[in-house]
Write a protein of this length. Structure first.
Length: 624
DNA sequence: GCCGTTTTCGGCCCGACTGTTTTCAGTCG
C-alpha cells in the first residue's frame, strides 16, 4: 500500500478532534457514518468499470462549472475544484484506496465527495452530475472558455437572451442583441467577436523548453529597462512543470518603472491585453500569454512566492498566516499594518515557522506538512548525475558515431554512458539484430580498453513485442550490461492486455530498465492505458528499474509516478535517450521532473557511482 | 462541500484590472 505522505495532516486533525469534548460526544467514526450511509461500508472500490483518476477529476471540474453557471455557493464550487486538483495529484489510483473511508481521509474530500467518487468507480456514472447536465445546457460550458465570460455573464446570456451555445452568441452579436444587456458594453462585445474569430485557436500549453526559449530574450529585454533591479520567471515555469500555460514574469524595481511601455516595445509582442501601473498582460506573436508584475524590492520575496504558486500552495500559505493572526499577500507578511517579512522568500517561510520550500514541491501535495516535520527531501540536482543509461549512436537512429557520443557525454561531465541502440522492429530505422549487436559489443570493448576516466556500458533498447516477448534473444541479451526494454507500438491495447504485456517483458531474465514507461508524448499522444501500480510492484519485487525519460516531449515517468516509485523503493534511471551529443542537455529536464517527484540523489540509479550502478544492474539479472 | 486554537455552524485567501458604472461586480491569476 502506498503511503500518502502528503496527506498526513488530516489524520492529525482527526486525532485532535477526538480529544475535544463536544455536546454530542460520539466517536467521530460513528458520527461520520451516520452523516453518510456510503461511508459505513468498507467494501473494495474495485469491481466496476475501469475509471481512472483523470475521469473523476474531470467529473468534479464539470460539476464545479455547472454549479457556477447555476449561481451556486462559490465555496461549494471551490470544494469541487479543489477535489479535482487533489485527485489529479494523487500518486495512486483512487480504485486502489480500498474503501470509502480511506478516500474520506484525504484533505478536502468529505463524506459527500467520497461517496460520489465511490459511485463513479463502481458504476461509471455520477447521478448528481447527470442531473446537473440535464439542467444546464451543454454549450454554456463552452461559453465559459471565452475571455471576459465568467459564470455570471454566461448566466445573463442564457436567461436574458436565450444564448446557449457559441453559435447562439455569434448570432446574437451579429444581430446586435447584446446592446442593452447589463454588463455587456461595447469593449466586451468586440473582445468576444475577436475571440470568436480566433475561434479555432484553442488554449494550449507549451513545453517548458519552448517557454524557456521565449522567456530568455524577453527577460533580457526587461532587465535593460531603467529602474529594473531583477527579472524572474515565476509561475509553473519556476515550479518546473513539464508544460506551462503562460509566462509569469516578476520584475523588481522602482515604482516609476514603466513595465507596460517596455513590453509594448518588445518586438515579440503581438498585443497588450491589460496594462496598469504594476501589472501588464500581453500576448506574444506565437500566442503565448505573458503576465508581468512589478514590485518594490522590499516585497520581492513575497511577490515571488505569490507569483510562483501554485494557487493551492499559496492558499495554504495564506491560511497558515491567517491562523497566526498574520496576513500574507504579494507585498509581504503583515501583522496588522506592520510588514514583518517579504524581502526574500526565505524570510516569509521563516516567519511562518517553516523552512524554505523548493518551487518544484509547491503543489500542496504535502510539502508544507513535510516542512513542518523537518522532512523536506534534499532534491536531486543536475550535478548529482554520474552517467546516462540510455543513448543511441548512428548504428541505429542516432546521428553521431560512438566516439562522438562519448566525447559529448564527457563534455557534459558524465563518467559513464550506456549505448542502447534499438533492436530491429517495425518502424525503427536501422535497428540492430543479434549479429550487428555482437559486433557493437566488440567495438565497445575495444574503445573501453583505450578510454580513461570514462566507461561505455554495453546495452540495447530492446523492443517489447505485442505479446510481451522481446525482439532480441537471451543469447545476446546475456552479453549486455544494460537492457532497456521499451514499448514502441501497439499503444492501443486494452489496459489488461497492455499491463500483462509489459509485466511479461519484465519477466525476461536480463531486463534492467523499463524505458519511458507510459509512452506518452506531451501535446501529442496520451499515455497508453496501463496499470502503473502493478508495474511498480513488479519492478520492486523483480527487481528492475524505471526510466524517467528526459526528452522534453516525453518526461515519462511523470512527477506523481516518480513519487510512487520512490515510495515503493524502486530506483529511477534519469535518461537522456540521446540521439546526438546535444541531447545530453535534456538531462536538465529530467532533473526538473525528478525534483517535482520528490526524488533525491539516493532515489536515482545513475546518480550513483559506476561501481554501485554495476552492482545494482547485476541484481536485475535473473539468470546468468 | 469541507472543516475546526473560527469547532457541529458559520466561516471559507487576496489583490489588480476592466468595463460599466457613478461605487462596484465580474473576471482573472
Amino acid at each position: 500500500m502506498v503511503r500518502l505522505t502528503g496527506h498526513a495532516p488530516r489524520q492529525l486533525k482527526r486525532a485532535a478532534s477526538r480529544t475535544r469534548p463536544t455536546a454530542r460526544s460520539s466517536p467521530p467514526a460513528a458520527s461520520r457514518a451516520r452523516r453518510s450511509p456510503a461511508t459505513s461500508g468498507s467494501a473494495s472500490l474495485k469491481g466496476g468499470p475501469h475509471v481512472g483518476n483523470e475521469e473523476v477529476a474531470s467529473a468534479f471540474d464539470e460539476m464545479a462549472e455547472l454549479l457556477a453557471i447555476k449561481g451556486e455557493n462559490r465555496f461549494r464550487i471551490g470544494a469541487y475544484q479543489r477535489a479535482a486538483q487533489l485527485v489529479r495529484s494523487l500518486p495512486k489510483a483512487l480504485s486502489d484506496f480500498g474503501s470509502v473511508e480511506a478516500l474520506d481521509e484525504l484533505p478536502g474530500i468529505g463524506p459527500d465527495l467520497a461517496s460520489k467518487i465511490d459511485e463513479l468507480l463502481r458504476s461509471g456514472r455520477m447521478r448528481a452530475l447527470n442531473q446537473l447536465r440535464s439542467k444546464v445546457p451543454r454549450g454554456l460550458r463552452e461559453l465559459l472558455r471565452l475571455p471576459g465570460l465568467g459564470p455570471a455573464r454566461v448566466r445573463a446570456l442564457h436567461s436574458g437572451l436565450g444564448v446557449d451555445t457559441v453559435a447562439d452568441l455569434r448570432q446574437a452579436l451579429d444581430a446586435g442583441r447584446l446592446q442593452g444587456l447589463r454588463g455587456f458594453g461595447s469593449v466586451l462585445q468586440s473582445g468576444l467577436r475577436a475571440a470568436l474569430e480566433a475561434g479555432a485557436r484553442q488554449q494550449q500549453r507549451w513545453l517548458w523548453t519552448t517557454a524557456s526559449q521565449h522567456a530568455a530574450p524577453l527577460c533580457a529585454h526587461l532587465e535593460a529597462v531603467a529602474g529594473v533591479a531583477a527579472v524572474v520567471v515565476a509561475g509553473s515555469y519556476r515550479r518546473g512543470c513539464e508544460t506551462v500555460g503562460d509566462l509569469d514574469i516578476l520584475v523588481t524595481g522602482s515604482g516609476k518603472t514603466n513595465i507596460g511601455g517596455a513590453l509594448r516595445e518588445y518586438q515579440g509582442v503581438r498585443e497588450v491585453t491589460a496594462s496598469g501601473p504594476t501589472r501588464c498582460t500581453v500576448a506574444l506573436r506565437n500566442g503565448m500569454q505573458v503576465d508581468s508584475r512589478l514590485v518594490a524590492p522590499i516585497s520581492a520575496g513575497a511577490a515571488l512566492l505569490y507569483f510562483t504558486g501554485s494557487k493551492q500552495h499559496n492558499l495554504r500559505m495564506r491560511q497558515r498566516a491567517q491562523a497566526r493572526q498574520l496576513k500574507l499577500n504579494e507585498y509581504g507578511l503583515f501583522r496588522g499594518r506592520k510588514r514583518i517579512a517579504g524581502k526574500t522568500e526565505a524570510d516569509v517561510f521563516e516567519a511562518l515557522g517553516i523552512p524554505w520550500i523548493p518551487p518544484e514541491l509547491r503543489e500542496d501535495r504535502g510539502e508544507i506538512e513535510a516542512a513542518e516535520r523537518g522532512e523536506l527531501p534534499e532534491l536531486i540536482e543536475l550535478k548529482d548525475i554520474q552517467g546516462d543509461l540510455h543513448a543511441h549512436t548512428d548504428a541505429s537512429d542516432g546521428h553521431e558515431d560512438l566516439n562522438q557520443l562519448v566525447a559529448a557525454a564527457r563534455a557534459h561531465g558524465l563518467r559513464f554512458m550506456a549505448v542502447t541502440d534499438h533492436s530491429r522492429y517495425l518502424g525503427i530505422v536501422r535497428g540492430l539484430d543479434a549479429d550487428r549487436l555482437a559486433r557493437q559489443i566488440d567495438e565497445i570493448d575495444a574503445l573501453n580498453a583505450k578510454l580513461r576516466d570514462f566507461v561505455v556500458l554495453k546495452g540495447t533498447e530492446v523492443d517489447i513485442l505485442e505479446d510481451g516477448g522481446l525482439a532480441l534473444p537471451d543469447s545476446i541479451l546475456r552479453r549486455l550490461e544494460v537492457v532497456v526494454a521499451a514499448v514502441h507500438g501497439h499503444f492501443a491495447l486494452p489496459r489488461q492486455k497492455q499491463t500483462a504485456r509489459i509485466l511479461r517483458a519484465l519477466d525476461g531474465p536480463f531486463v534492467s530498465i523499463l524505458a519511458h514507461p507510459t509512452g506518452r508524448l506531451l501535446n501529442e499522444r496520451a499515455a497508453y492505458d496501463v496499470d502503473f501500480q502493478k508495474i511498480v510492484e513488479t519492478a520492486r519485487s523483480r527487481p528492475c528499474f524505471l526510466e524517467l525519460n528526459s526528452q522534453p516531449t516525453r518526461l515519462d515517468l511523470n512527477d506523481a509516478m516518480c513519487r510512487v516509485a520512490k515510495e515503493q523503493g524502486v530506483l529511477v534511471s534519469i535518461a537522456s535517450d540521446a540521439h546526438s551529443g546535444l541531447d545530453f542537455a535534456d538531462l536538465a529536464a529530467g532533473i526538473r521532473q525528478a525534483r517535482r517527484g520528490w526524488l533525491t540523489a539516493r532515489d536515482v540509479l545513475n546518480a550513483r557511482p559506476l561501481s554501485e550502478v554495476r552492482a545494482q544492474l547485476q541484481r536485475t539479472r535473473l539468470a546468468t
